[in-house]
Design a protein. Structure first.
Length: 284
């Protein structure tokens, strides 16, 4: 009898060592540390940018604040929102390595990126277009064959330019500011990026009327927040926050604040996009 018990206990010990310990979820970590660590950009007007008070501001920041407020309500305690600037090159790895709990700025949801991270529902929809100087004669991708076009390396826009106009001379820049400077100096004839970001660059230029965003969308760019892979409770929490904003009308208020007629960058929402946003909210 004693031998049977010993064998049974040994089996339990072996089973215990063979079973992996479940990783701490993001919600559990936030509850333990009292900190929500969020990655965002510092120059993507009007999604996330440094304002005149030297503070991060923008549409994406307002969305993060909404997630933060709902977290405090759910956890019943004060949570600090730690906003950290990320770059185009670092944003995915920081989420993968769980150095940040969420990245929310102007990141396009792609199937390739979905292999490494998870995404929230879409919170904004745009597409690739061209920013050019007024009067240069460029109106579409057909007009940039054989000409120098700036892109951010690794972006969906770079892929779209190469596919849509293989005859373009593609020039890469690490940041938007560098690409815009090259356009300003005439070193490139166009900068290809998401239409809304190009509109933001033009709006903040020294002479906004010198620039225009041209052409139809030549890619689809649905923006979503990135969260760590395989943490459905956290992804659901973010999604349900956005659904609540859609249902109570706050999402449209925030959109008008940043993209309405009197917004930082006017960018009217089409009826098609409005219906798409509304249809993403699932019933309770």
């Amino acid at each position: 009898m004693k031998r049977c018990v010993a064998v049974w206990l040994a089996g339990l010990l072996l089973l215990g060592t063979a079973t992996p310990v479940l990783a701490e979820t993001v919600l559990e970590k936030i509850g333990r540390t009292g900190v929500l660590t969020a990655g965002t950009r510092g120059s993507n007007i009007p999604f996330a940018f440094i304002n005149e008070k030297n503070e991060l501001s923008g549409f994406s920041i307002d969305l993060l604040e909404a997630i933060h407020a709902r977290l405090e309500k759910k956890l019943g305690k004060q949570i600090r929102l730690d906003k950290r600037e990320v770059t185009n090159a670092t944003r995915i790895s920081l989420v993968v390595n769980r150095a940040i709990d969420i990245e929310c700025s102007s990141t396009t949801y792609t199937r390739g990126r979905d292999e490494a991270v998870d995404f929230s529902i879409t919170f904004f929809f745009t597409g690739s277009q061209l920013l050019v100087k007024q009067g240069i004669g460029i109106k579409s991708m057909a007009d940039v064959a054989g000409k120098r076009v700036g892109v951010i390396p690794g972006s969906t826009n770079e892929k779209a330019v190469r596919a849509s106009q293989p005859k373009a001379d593609v020039v890469t820049f690490q940041e938007q500011a560098a690409a815009f400077l090259a356009l300003e100096q005439g070193r490139i004839v166009a900068f290809a990026s998401d239409g809304i970001l190009l509109a933001g660059l033009a709006a903040k230029a020294r002479n906004p009327k010198d620039y225009e965003v041209v052409g139809d969308f030549f890619s689809k760019d649905p923006y979503a927040c990135m969260v760590p892979e395989n943490d459905s409770k956290w992804r659901d929490f973010v999604n349900h926050t956005f659904m609540e904003l859609i249902d109570n009308g706050k999402y449209i208020e925030l959109y008008d604040k940043w993209f309405g007629e009197r917004g930082v960058v006017p960018y009217p929402m089409s009826d098609q996009v409005r219906n798409y946003m509304l249809m993403q909210s699932m019933p309770e």
